[in-house]
Write a protein that binds this ligand. Structure first.
Ligand SMILES: C[S@@+](CC[C@H](N)C(=O)[O-])C[C@H]1O[C@@H](n2cnc3c(N)ncnc32)[C@H](O)[C@@H]1O
Length: 247
């Protein structure tokens, strides 16, 4: 996983900034139950999304492992942050209305994702919900393009099961007493990549690093051969799912 302490200063600027955060928060708001009083944004990062979920009569707590990311979240959330692991939240049982996992589950292994789900189920009150991004790494293929036609099959072959895949997410929810309860999506404005931008980023992707040299070179060559190398391809569309704990 990326070193988020080192990344913190650049994070917002390089992840779609305020525009992405507003689109994400607007989508999450549509999935918040009426009268939501307590929200825990697990892996809140810089708090750029979490801060937008604050409202009168509502507490939003940001939790993250990275002290560097929390440096930015702390003022945004008026100090309501905690440094903790998603699998061990410093919260009492059955006390929280909403647990959010925004751009977390794709980063961790399947066991950690399941333990984070169990922890969310523990802290949620009956009727409370988990709201989470799913299939994050496939968001860039939501709108087909020549770039996605080259990249998607290679990524799917190299990484057949994303840890935040819809099926894995809902199965983990069921194991932990949470049932599927709706979904929405949001556009990552300005986050569509050109072939040239992709070629700069691709060495950072774990699935690409796992390819053998010949496959990696072949893929890079096919991306480099695409026309209009500086034209950004369609923006990604991120999927957000909701699970509900039984009343
Ligand atoms: C891609 S960032 C997402 C930040 C934020 N949710 C957003 O949408 O901007 C992933 C965050 O997950 C945090 N993280 C990774 N593993 C974690 C864990 N096990 N428990 C808590 N936070 C974790 C990282 O420190 C980082 O801030």
């Amino acid at each position: 996983m990326l070193d988020y302490d080192a990344e913190a200063a650049n994070y917002d600027r390089t992840r779609g900034g305020e525009e992405r955060a507003e689109a994400a928060a607007a989508a999450v708001r549509t999935l918040l139950p009426r009268n939501t009083r307590t929200v825990v944004d697990v892996a809140c990062g810089t708090g750029i999304v979490s801060a937008r979920l604050r409202a009168p009569n509502r507490t939003v707590l940001g939790v993250d492992l990275s002290a560097g990311m929390l440096t930015y979240a702390r003022p945004r959330l008026r100090g309501a942050v905690a440094r903790a692991d998603a699998t061990r939240l410093p919260l009492a049982d059955s006390t929280i209305d909403v647990v959010i996992f925004m751009w977390l589950l794709h980063l961790v292994d399947a066991e950690t994702a399941d333990r984070a789900m169990a922890e969310a189920a523990r802290v949620l009150r009956p009727g409370g919900v988990v709201v989470a991004t799913v299939d994050k790494n496939l968001a860039m293929y939501a709108v087909p393009s020549d770039l996605s036609a080259v990249l998607e099959p290679a990524q799917r072959a190299a990484l057949p099961e994303n840890t935040d895949a819809w099926a894995a997410f809902t199965a983990s929810g069921r194991r932990n007493g949470l049932d599927s309860d709706g979904e929405t999506s949001y556009v990552g404005y300005g986050q569509g990549w050109s072939p040239r931008q992709l070629l700069r980023k691709i060495p950072q992707f774990d699935w690409y690093r796992g390819l053998d040299n010949a496959a990696a070179e072949d893929l890079s060559a096919r991306v480099a051969a695409l026309p209009e190398p500086d034209r950004a391809r369609p923006d990604p569309v991120y999927r957000i799912a909701r699970l509900r704990k039984a009343d």
